[in-house]
Design a protein around this ligand. Structure first.
Ligand SMILES: *Cc1c(COP(=O)(O)O)cnc(C)c1O
Length: 217
């Protein structure tokens, strides 16, 4: 079914929208099924799990870290990670910069905006994101590049609430983009809300269960 699911989703999203197949908890065999269908972008939310899969799977896969990043584990993914989505502090950026330097890389990152009402979701406020981007401290980092924003909508069936959150995220994205040439990724939309997210300006969707089936944690 993975193959059919993938074909269906790729058929529905416009060519300018990148699909990150979120493979957390899924096996190497399942990931390979998507890989043989042409999928190359995969996302995980735990560094150790991503490392294990990175070691076992073809090296042309681009790995995205979409979970909350723990500072002490950044060094383990710094040699290969393609993009880190969930940055919610300047401190994390500084550590990624240091590890990027050690690996002679510029690591792409997204700042996570806290738009949802849930107190459990991580993230920065609109103001904090603008402040970080403009700060000299950030400008001086040479081995990390913030290329956009990541956001997760509230856990609700109320489409209006979700649309509002996506719209305001896109507003902030477009505003920063005007003065920042590095800014080109808006990562929002998951299995349940990716169509709405794309309509609201998303150009990167993170889809797990719709491709691989539901997860049993
Ligand atoms: C698990 C996860 C997803 C994918 O969720 P689905 O509802 O299975 O599509 C997307 N983004 C993040 C940050 C996740 O942790």
């Amino acid at each position: 079914m993975i193959k059919e699911n993938l074909i269906k989703i790729l058929d529905e999203i416009p060519p300018n929208v990148k699909l990150i197949a979120i493979s957390k908890t899924k096996s190497v065999k399942e990931i390979l099924e998507a890989y043989y269908q042409g999928q190359r972008l995969f996302g995980e939310n735990k560094i150790q799990e991503m490392n294990e899969k990175y070691n076992l799977l073809p090296k042309d896969i681009k790995w995205h870290m979409v979970g909350h990043v723990q500072s002490n584990k950044i060094k383990y993914m710094a040699p290969y990670v393609d993009m880190i989505h969930g940055i919610d502090s300047f401190k994390s950026l500084a550590i990624i910069n240091k590890e990027g330097g050690k690996n002679n890389r510029i690591i792409k990152c997204l700042l996570q905006l806290k738009i949802s009402r849930e107190s459990t979701k991580f993230g920065l406020t609109f103001k904090q994101i603008e402040e970080i981007i403009k700060s000299d401290e950030y400008q001086n980092l040479t081995h990390v590049k913030v290329c956009g924003i990541m956001a997760m909508a509230s856990f609700t069936n109320n489409i209006k609430v979700i649309k509002n959150e996506f719209d305001s995220t896109n507003d902030l994205f477009e505003k920063i983009k005007k003065t920042n040439t590095d800014f080109n990724v808006l990562s929002m939309g998951m299995s349940n809300d990716y169509k709405l997210a794309i309509n609201c300006g998303s150009n990167m969707v993170r889809i797990g269960s719709l491709i691989f089936g539901s997860r049993n944690y």
